[in-house]
Design a protein around this ligand. Sequence first.
Ligand code: NAD
Ligand code: UDP
Length: 340
Amino acid sequence: MANILVTGGAGYIGSHTCVELFNANHDVVVFDNLSNSSIESLNRVQELTGKSLTFVEGDIRNSEQLDQVFALHKIDAVIHFAGLKAVGESQQLPLIYFDNNIAGSINLVNAMQRAEVFKLVFSSSATVYDEANISPLNEDMPTGMPSNNYGYTKLIVEQLLQKLSIADERWSIALLRYFNPVGAHKSGRIGEDPQGIPNNLMPYVTQVAVGRREKLAIFGHDYDTVDGTGVRDYIHVVDLANAHLCALNNRLQNIGCRAWNIGTGNGSSVLQVKNTFEQVNGVPVAFEFAPRREGDVATSFANNQRAMDELGWTANYTLEDMLKDSWHWQKQNPKGYGDI
Ligand code: NAD
Ligand code: UDP
């Protein structure tokens, strides 16, 4: 049992990870500025687990707030989710993204070092891979220059953390390269609640199904894929949450910095996702074909062998599970946490 600081713990992946941390009998301190989340997610984490967490409203760019957290709580390791993630916005507001994601992460590791906490799990992304790599992507393939500023911040933070761990052997850092997180806790009490128009496929699909949006625009149907639409590796958020626990266990016993892909290893096209969603949930999803979205690749899916071999992690949920659970959450919470 350890005491874990979870930055960004009120968000989509963070809240699901808090549930799994509690299920594994860890203690949890959440540090979040609530810029893209609601405190209600944490109320529900506590309701689901029957455990109470410590919540600190704060910003990772604020050293004093971080120092105070480390002074008040004996933290064993940090899982670092806090950051901004909207690809389009990152093109319009690069400095905000550099500040939150890069400067914020540097600020966090500085505070960790002052507090002598050297175990870190970082939320990275499959977007760091060079676009020229052919899927399945493995961790030995080269990283590239991401096509957007959001992806660039993930690559830079990965590189900074790698250099930090080479310079100072006390560090033990896991870089988890997420593929496409979807789904929700099976209770339907916590889930993804994007602000405004969703950027990602799954919340868009569920919002069309629930009547909040008219139709899904499928970006491109002339890719060299099974049916012309883009192929991605969708991973259930609970499987992803559990990967953090596996990484934590690994990092509590090892030093250095290492990357792991967290995906199922299976690719699904946009049309397959839409059609399967309709089948398993019995609800229609109106759609139209639209031009390709700038920066999108045709196909991206993981080779997840390293995570299975080294972390003892496996993905347990199928695409059908993911689509049922996403819908269960959306149906019960048509306006997300805004319903309360
Ligand atoms: P999210 O927006 O739901 O959660 C991020 C949380 O961080 C939010 O609660 C937000 O309020 C908080 N936050 C943002 N800036 C902060 C700051 N400066 N100080 C303190 N808190 C701050 O996003 P998510 O989908 O749960 O993603 C979590 C992490 O995983 C992010 O770093 C994201 O970039 C990364 N990631 C997400 C995906 C995805 O598709 N969801 C894919 C790859 C990587
Ligand atoms: N996509 C789509 N319509 C949308 C959102 C996404 O057709 O409204 C497609 C997108 O082109 C990609 C897939 O769905 O092929 C997954 O996109 P998402 O933004 O969810 O993830 P990412 O681009 O990060 O893989």
